[in-house]
Design a protein around this ligand. Structure first.
Ligand code: ZN
Ligand code: FE
Length: 255
């Protein structure tokens, strides 16, 4: 089914995207880390903010809330409990009713323990959990927990569009190509996405199908990736979660 809303990226900081969804003149913003670019976008497009969705407590995702509360008073803010400015705490399995549909709430702990993703009409807003060809750092959870969360997202229908909160694709692809050297899809993505970035265009959304086929963090059990892990550190993991942990540690040091 075609989505009844459009999705537009609003750039924030150096590489964040605030995703703005709108059906008619009412808009929903995901992860407004800062208010000014969002307010400018709403103004330019004649949109009124209807609700805000927050994925996790990091400031580059919710730092704009105090200013937005002043600029657009009374707008409901959905997100994990315990974040200043979130007045409608939600959790796994909840649904958020919006004028143009319902957003399903999925718990995806790992990057942070409170991390949520929102799924609406085949569009997934996954914050810092799944990136195009990558994943977020494991700051609060365990590698096994992060892997479980990524796999939960990977089980969504293949055509699901993936809207992460950062434009990290090119650096993720450089690492992915080091870990999974002969994956032809990665080479294709790299040339396509480099051309997009040269024109200052977003590389997003991705799709679950594309991530399943080429995101190294969803492929830690593939022989090619296990071989790269052994070449780098002398061993791969005893199981998928251990390989995921080794791969994530490698990415943390990768330049
Ligand atoms: Zn974060
Ligand atoms: Fe972030």
């Amino acid at each position: 089914m075609a989505a009844m809303f459009s999705v537009t990226p609003v750039g924030a900081f150096s590489d964040n995207y605030i995703w703005v969804l709108h059906g008619d003149a009412r808009a929903v913003a995901v992860d407004p880390g800062e208010a000014a670019p969002l307010l400018r976008h709403l103004e330019e497009h004649g949109l009124a903010l209807e609700a805000i969705l927050i994925t996790h407590h990091h400031a580059d995702h919710c730092g704009g809330l105090p200013e937005l509360a002043e600029a657009c008073p009374g707008i409901p803010v959905y997100g994990p409990a315990g974040i200043a400015g979130v007045d409608r705490p939600v959790r796994d399995g909840d649904a958020v009713a919006l004028s143009f549909g319902r957003a399903e709430v999925l718990a995806v702990p790992g990057h942070t323990l409170d991390h949520l993703a929102y799924l609406m009409d085949g569009a997934l807003f996954c914050g810092d959990t799944m990136f195009a060809a990558g994943c977020g750092r494991v700051f609060e959870g365990t590698p096994a927990q992060m892997l479980d969360s990524l796999k939960k997202l990977a089980r969504l229908p293949p055509e699901t569009k993936v809207y992460p909160a950062h434009e990290y694709t090119l650096s993720n692809l450089r690492f992915a190509l080091a870990a999974d050297q002969h994956n032809p899809i990665l080479a294709m993505r790299q040339s396509r996405d480099a051309a997009l970035r040269e024109r200052d265009l977003p590389t997003l959304p991705s799709t679950i199908a594309l991530e399943r086929a080429s995101n190294p963090f969803l492929r830690c059990d593939e022989p090619a990736i296990r071989q790269s892990l052994r070449q780098r550190g002398g061993r791969d993991g005893d199981d998928e979660a251990a390989s995921f942990a080794l791969l994530r540690a490698w990415k943390n040091d990768f330049r």
